[in-house]
Design a protein around this ligand. Sequence first.
Ligand SMILES: *[C@@H]1O[C@H](CO)[C@@H](O)[C@H](O)[C@H]1NC(C)=O
Ligand SMILES: *[C@@H]1O[C@H](CO)[C@@H](O)[C@H](O)[C@H]1NC(C)=O
Ligand SMILES: *[C@@H]1O[C@H](CO)[C@@H](O)[C@H](O)[C@H]1NC(C)=O
Ligand SMILES: *[C@@H]1O[C@H](CO)[C@@H](O)[C@H](O)[C@H]1NC(C)=O
Ligand SMILES: *[C@@H]1O[C@H](CO)[C@@H](O)[C@H](O)[C@H]1NC(C)=O
Length: 232
Amino acid sequence: MQFSTHTALTIALASTSVLATSCKTYNPSREPYTQPADRTFVVSKGVVCESTTTDCRVPIGGYVTDGRTLNVSIASPGPIYDLIGSTVGYKFNDTITTWVGGESGPGIPQDWPIENGTSAYVGFTANHRCTSGTLSGCDDSSIDNTAVEACSPYDPVDISGTFQAIVSDRSAVEALTCNPANTTAAKNGNNSNTCSDTSSQIPISGASRVDGLSTLLLVGSLVVTAFGFGGL
Ligand SMILES: *[C@@H]1O[C@H](CO)[C@@H](O)[C@H](O)[C@H]1NC(C)=O
Ligand SMILES: *[C@@H]1O[C@H](CO)[C@@H](O)[C@H](O)[C@H]1NC(C)=O
Ligand SMILES: *[C@@H]1O[C@H](CO)[C@@H](O)[C@H](O)[C@H]1NC(C)=O
Ligand SMILES: *[C@@H]1O[C@H](CO)[C@@H](O)[C@H](O)[C@H]1NC(C)=O
Ligand SMILES: *[C@@H]1O[C@H](CO)[C@@H](O)[C@H](O)[C@H]1NC(C)=O
């Protein structure tokens, strides 16, 4: 019993060290660039806007989770992110969850227009700061001399991005009776993008969002450039 547990542990440790990959050089092929993250988070409830004259407005905001990405599969990519980060001069932070949108600070819209005659909700897509280039001098031949793309949320603490109304079919929008980003699950990093239990909504409490506010002020200029205000 003792023995086999110990053996299993030894094997696990050995395979971890075999899988941890490192490379000596990262050679960027272009300057870093901005692009939208793959995932869009739902950050409002659904609105069926039946007005024949004006837009409807819906409160926006909630917890979104985002993190660094690498477009090749490596078991323990930490050292690769470190190499790429030190070469291009910005950090590739691991996953973060933070509140975006309404109630988080000045200049951030509290609500968002839904066009009259449409059924829609509001989505938030983070901006990623990306680099592409080639890894070389790798101890794993499967990634040696390989072109890669690595991306990170723009800021290590706050996530900047773009809000937009996403028109969808009426039944899907009607089913979204609450905001899936305004829940404890989303706060814990598990935003499922669906919400039908209105009692799940997090009451507005000063403390945590005031934190977000001071940070947002610090990065104010970045946030203002990064947000799309086109819908206002
Ligand atoms: C939306 O409002 C505009 C402006 O009042 C109006 O001209 C248009 O007919 C409305 N559209 C629908 C589908 O209700
Ligand atoms: C979050 O839920 C609270 C409590 O229901 C509500 O007052 C607030 O408007 C909601 N915020 C958003 C952005 O959905
Ligand atoms: C990863 O991204 C780089 C740069 O865009 C590209 O050249 C390469 O083909 C991509 N690799 C995979 C496996 O998608
Ligand atoms: C991101 O990395 C920077 C530099 O290592 C660190 O100061 C910061 O606290 C990190 N942020 C998060 C949210 O982990
Ligand atoms: C995340 O949420 C989904 C759907 O609500 C649930 O099935 C899953 O168990 C949750 N995962 C974690 C890690 O909490």
